[in-house]
Each structure stands twice: as structure tokens, then as C-alpha cells.
Design a protein around this ligand. Structure first.
Ligand SMILES: NC(=O)c1ccc[n+]([C@@H]2O[C@H](COP(=O)([O-])OP(=O)(O)OC[C@H]3O[C@@H](n4cnc5c(N)ncnc54)[C@H](OP(=O)(O)O)[C@@H]3O)[C@@H](O)[C@H]2O)c1
Length: 248
């Protein structure tokens, strides 16, 4: 696979989970990768090693995406190192953390996502792509049943998705596409595990009703493929896993 040869990609929240898997796959498809992380530097270093093993450049970029000045520094780092950014993967997310302000979910899933686009847009050339990663519970927020404990995340991610969709005309004039990739619960990740503390049968029931659940690699592969697929219109949504549920 060499579809991304010569391209530079940034993945927010690439130190673990889905983001780390996206970063590894991008490198095997030929991209140089900026690995953003908030705090888990040892994990980010491992992802960087994997990128370099593929013969690609890895740039480690610590920045809390909710911190404007850290994001600004990350943008300057990318500009200095590469001078451009072909692919921006808006993967880092949150909203269920303890000891955060009441509006943290909106800060990370709405404000920080829009600001990332503001900051990096000048570096994205014609043909570039922005990929927003979300969950079915957030994408269908207000249309399908959800879980009260996940509501701040669902509501804020939906707001983040809509804010980005509103920018499609502006992106189109710059020759840049937005793609949204939405996933069911992903096997082996932290969010459903946290939710299971309150809903012990959550994954078991969802596996039964959905048939099966995607794992981290399934989701990451679909995300990378969505970035690669030139037939996707700007604003297209790619669904990973079953999107049908009646009750939770
Ligand atoms: N997990 C699921 O079941 C599921 C389902 C559908 C969609 N999704 C979506 O997939 C994406 C990734 O989910 P995941 O489960 O892989 O997440 P995760 O395991 O919680 O990974 C979070 C990543 O984001 C980083 N991060 C968290 N807060 C940050 C901040 N303020 N600034 C910068 N980085 C930050 C973490 O960095 P550190 O480790 O350095 O703190 C880590 O690299 C999210 O957009 C999520 O909504 C997940």
C-alpha cells in the first residue's frame, strides 16, 4: 500500500486506541505522520517507532487539543518540519473524564475541533482531507436512544460534527474535503468499558443485537480507507458497524 506516498498526516490522540492504529496504518500506506498526544509520551514514542520502521517520518507533538497555545505551537512545529499538512484526522475526544470543568465535553468535542481546523487550514493544500471521527451514539444524537452517562459526549460530538459540516462550502473553495467516519462501540476500548460500570451487560447485549462489534483495527482501517477514497463526496459519512438499535 503506498497511496499516501509523499503525504503528511496529523492524527490527534494518536498515543493509544484508534488514533495509534490510524497512525500505524498511515505509515504503512506511505504517509509521514504527526503523532499528537496529550500525556502518554511512552505510548506515543512506541507509535513513532512503528511509523519509522515503515521508513516514514514521525513527528511527536504533545499538545492538549483544548489548549489554544499548545495547539498553536503544534501547528508551528508541523509548519517548520513539513511546511504542509495533507490529511488531518480529528480523532482525540473526551467528555467523561473526572475533575474537568462542566463544559469540558463541549471544549474538547466542539471548540477544540473547530480551532484545529482554523489553525491547520492554511497548511492544507488543494486535495487535502479532514476526517472527523465520531460514534453512532453521537452521530444519531437526538434521533436514536442514548445513555444518560454518555449524553455530554454525544451532544458535544454532534455539535462538533455540525460545526465542521457548516464549513464545507469554505473547504470546497479551497479544494479540501471533509469526511465523517462513525463507529459502533469498538471492542477493546476504554469508553464502553467505562460505560459498563453502570451498564454491565452493555457490550454483551450490543454484540447480540448488532451481530458483532468492530475492533480497533477494523475501525482504523475504515477511517484510513475513507481518507483514501477519492469517490467520497465532501460531507460523506462512512458507518462502521451496525447502525440499527431501538432501545438501549
Ligand atoms: N471507543 C469506542 O467505542 C468508540 C466508538 C465510536 C467512535 N469512537 C471515536 O473514536 C475516537 C478515538 O476513540 P478511542 O476509544 O481510541 O479513544 P481513547 O482510547 O480514549 O484515546 C484517546 C486518545 O486521545 C488523546 N486525548 C485525550 N484527550 C486529549 C486532549 N485533550 N488533547 C490531546 N489528546 C487527547 C489521548 O492522549 P493521552 O493518552 O496522551 O492522554 C489518546 O491518545 C474518538 O473520536 C471516539 O469518539 C470511539
Amino acid at each position: 500500500m503506498s497511496d499516501f506516498c509523499g503525504q503528511v498526516a496529523l492524527v490527534t490522540g494518536a498515543s493509544r486506541g484508534v488514533g495509534a492504529s490510524i497512525a500505524r496504518m498511515l505509515a504503512s500506506a506511505g504517509a509521514d505522520v504527526v503523532i499528537n498526544y496529550r500525556s502518554k509520551s511512552h505510548r506515543a514514542f512506541e507509535v513513532a517507532d512503528a511509523v519509522r520502521t515503515n521508513g516514514r517520518k514521525a513527528l511527536l507533538a504533545q499538545a492538549d487539543i483544548t489548549d489554544e497555545s499548545e495547539m498553536n505551537q503544534m501547528m508551528k512545529l508541523v509548519e517548520k518540519e513539513f511546511g504542509r499538512l495533507n490529511l488531518l484526522f480529528l480523532n482525540a475526544s473526551g467528555g467523561m473524564e473526572k475533575n474537568k470543568p462542566d463544559d469540558y465535553a463541549m471544549q474538547i468535542n466542539l471548540t477544540a475541533q473547530s480551532r484545529a481546523v482554523d489553525l491547520f487550514l492554511p497548511l492544507i493544500p488543494v486535495g487535502g482531507r479532514i476526517v472527523f471521527i465520531t460514534s453512532h451514539l453521537a452521530h444519531f444524537y437526538g434521533q436514536k436512544p442514548g445513555y444518560p452517562m454518555y449524553e455530554p459526549v454525544a451532544k458535544s460530538k454532534k455539535a462538533g460534527e455540525e460545526a465542521l459540516r457548516n464549513r464545507i462550502p469554505e473547504l470546497t473553495t479551497k479544494g479540501i474535503k471533509l469526511v465523517v467516519v462513525s463507529g459502533d462501540f469498538i471492542e477493546g476500548t476504554i469508553t464502553p468499558k467505562l460505560m459498563q460500570r453502570k451498564h454491565p451487560d452493555l457490550l454483551e447485549n450490543r454484540r447480540k443485537s448488532a451481530g458483532s462489534l468492530p475492533n480497533i483495527e477494523d475501525f482504523a482501517r475504515a477511517i484510513v480507507n475513507a481518507a483514501m477514497d477519492s469517490n467520497l463526496e465532501s460531507g460523506a459519512t462512512v458507518f462502521v458497524g451496525n447502525t440499527e438499535w431501538e432501545t438501549v
